[in-house]
Design a protein around this ligand. Structure first.
Ligand code: FRU
Length: 158
C-alpha cells in the first residue's frame, strides 16, 4: 500500500497508447487533454475485471477492455464529472449512460463482467449497467483518461 506502482495481476507488459502515464503514490496516473490509454498486452474475451479509478481533476477516469493494440477500438467504462454519469462507450457509440454525481478525488470501484455480447458493470458493488453490444469480442485490458488527470489502482482480472 502507498507504493508508487500499479497493483495488478496482469503480467503485461503495460505501455502508454497515447497520453502521459506515470507511477505515483497509489497507482498509475494519466494526464491528457483528450482520450489517452494505458494498456496491458494481456487480453481476454469473457472475464471479470476489477479496478479502482479516481478522477483527480478534469472530466473522466476509466477502465478499458477488449482493446486493440493502438486503442483505436475498445470498450471503456468511466465516471464523467462533466456530464455526471457512469458511461460505457466504444468509439462510435455511447452504449449506456447512467446518472451519477461524480466526485473528484474519490475512489470508485468498478467491476466489469463480460459474457459474449453482454457487458455488466458494477460501481462500488452495485450493478449500474447491463448492456448488449456485439462490436468487439476480445482484446486487451487497460485504463483511460479523458481531458484531465486520472489515477487507477488494483486492476485485476479473473
Ligand atoms: C465518448 C467520449 C469519450 C470520452 C468520454 C468522456 O462518449 O466522448 O471520447 O472519453 O466521452 O465521458
Amino acid at each position: 500500500l502507498g507504493e508508487a506502482t500499479l497493483h495488478t495481476n496482469l503480467n503485461g507488459p503495460w505501455y502508454a497508447a497515447r497520453g502521459q502515464w506515470a507511477d505515483v503514490a497509489d497507482g498509475k496516473q494519466g494526464k491528457s487533454p483528450g482520450d489517452a490509454f494505458y494498456l496491458s498486452t494481456a487480453s481476454g474475451a469473457d472475464f471479470t475485471l476489477d479496478g479502482d479509478v479516481r478522477l483527480v481533476d478534469g472530466v473522466a477516469a476509466a477502465l478499458t477492455f477488449r482493446a486493440t493494440k493502438d486503442a483505436s477500438q475498445h470498450y471503456t467504462v468511466n465516471v464523467d464529472a462533466s456530464a455526471n454519469v457512469v458511461k460505457l462507450w466504444r468509439p462510435g457509440r455511447d452504449i449506456a449512460t447512467v446518472p451519477l454525481q461524480v466526485e473528484r478525488g474519490r475512489n470508485y470501484h468498478f467491476t466489469v463482467q463480460t459474457a459474449g455480447s453482454n457487458i455488466k458493470v458494477s460501481l462500488d458493488g452495485k450493478q449500474v449497467i447491463d448492456a448488449v453490444d456485439t462490436e468487439h469480442k476480445s482484446g486487451q485490458f487497460g485504463m483511460n483518461v479523458y481531458n484531465g488527470t486520472a489515477l487507477v489502482q488494483n486492476v485485476s482480472v479473473r
